[in-house]
Design a binder for this molecule. Structure first.
Ligand SMILES: *Cc1c(COP(=O)(O)O)cnc(C)c1O
Ligand code: SF4
Length: 358
């Protein structure tokens, strides 16, 4: 990204250059030469709110790890891919991704409040691209209108809550008017990354006829700051139920205590944890990898230890565009006519299961 590029909708003082991060004490000056190569390839943004959450005395701070560039990003491994989950091959018109018959993604812009270092869309997101022109938006609506099997439109990006309330409101109204859509959804990081963007006007734009759900991306309990909780409250007050998705990330949340705190903090914030994503293989993200076996063991240990509705589903998005599948450990195995069930404490128990029809 060119230095000093600022999205019009961004709040003042978002840190967008290596120099700005260095003067805020977030990167070491001796790392700057290496990091400049990273900055040329991938967008950078650390909002004032996120900067305020970072403990500068902790070299392993889980907030900084998500947003502050690292020299390792300059290295792309052979098994990493610019479009790891195959969105491009499922994009029939600009801005639409149509992988499942009943729902589509609509990406009205590719700007985000922050640029997560592990993002699976990191090769496409950034402050200076991807805004759909009016004609492109119309073509996206026409695609949805012409396909009655589509029941849900998911606004994502980039981050749809970076749009002005007027523009977001106009998009939601256009979708609200499509008869065969049953629900609408927004995927966002804004409430935790820059809660001040969730103004009363933005919350008012979320008041749709059709049920609108919001899925907030949050990876660490400390991201649920008082300001973030207030922003989520303004969204909920508009009648919008809130779910969460998280990414399992080495150095951020890859231990039982961090996940327990995150999921407990989410339900305490009236947010239902929906997904825990296994990391997608986007370029330069190897330092965040957690082996699948470790993710499964972490989730198994949380089962029974925290409330059931606090546990998300651990999923992998299959490379090449084949969709998301649960990969958590199974607690049920076939055992003759019945099943063998594994309890949270590891003990095994038989379930006789002849069924109604014998
Ligand atoms: C993740 C995703 C969705 C949404 O899936 P849900 O399981 O409904 O959250 C829809 N379309 C695409 C292309 C996706 O990657
Ligand atoms: S907010 Fe979402 S789309 Fe934007 S950089 Fe982070 S993970 Fe990627």
């Amino acid at each position: 990204m060119p230095d000093g590029t600022a999205a019009p909708a961004a709040p003042p003082k978002t840190l967008r250059t290596m120099a700005a991060l260095a003067s805020a004490g977030l990167v070491r000056v001796d790392e700057l030469p290496k990091l400049e190569a990273v900055a040329e390839r991938y967008a950078i943004a650390v909002t004032p709110h996120v900067a305020s959450l970072i403990d500068r005395d902790d070299p392993a701070d889980p907030i900084a790890a998500q947003y502050v560039p690292h020299p390792d990003e300059a290295v792309t491994r052979p098994d990493e891919h610019p479009d790891p989950i195959g969105d491009d091959r499922h994009s029939p018109v600009r801005g639409i991704v149509h992988r499942y018959p009943d729902r589509v993604l609509l990406k009205p812009l590719l700007a985000c409040p922050v640029y997560c270092r592990f993002c699976f869309r990191r090769e496409s997101v950034g402050p200076d691209g991807g805004v759909l022109a009016d004609a492109e938006l119309e073509a996206a609506y026409a695609y949805v209108r012409a396909r009655p099997q589509i029941r849900e439109v998911i606004l994502t990006g980039g981050d749809p809550l970076m749009l002005s309330p007027r523009r977001l409101g106009a998009i939601l109204q256009a979708l609200d008017a499509i008869p065969h859509l049953e629900t609408l959804r927004i995927h966002t990081r804004v409430p935790v990354a820059e809660p001040s963007l969730v103004t009363p006007a933005l919350a008012a734009a979320l008041a749709t006829e059709k049920p609108l759900w919001l899925m907030v991306h949050v990876n660490h309990a400390r991201e649920l700051s008082p300001a973030a909780l207030e922003a989520l409250g303004r969204i909920r007050a508009a009648g919008v139920p809130i779910l969460s998705q998280s990414v399992l990330l080495r150095g951020v949340n890859d231990c039982e205590a961090a996940l327990e705190q995150l999921f407990r903090a989410l339900i305490a914030a009236r947010v239902k944890p929906a997904y825990l994503h296994h990391l997608d293989r986007a370029p330069g993200t190897a330092r965040f990898r957690v082996p699948l076996a470790r993710g499964r063991a972490l989730m198994r240990r949380l089962r029974g230890r925290i409330p059931g509705h606090a546990l998300p589903i651990y999923v992998v998005d299959i490379a090449g565009g084949h969709g998301k599948v649960p990969v958590g450990e199974s607690h049920a195995e076939r055992d003759g006519e019945g099943w063998l069930l594994t309890a949270p404490d590891g003990s095994r128990h038989r379930l006789a299961d002849t069924g109604e029809s014998g």
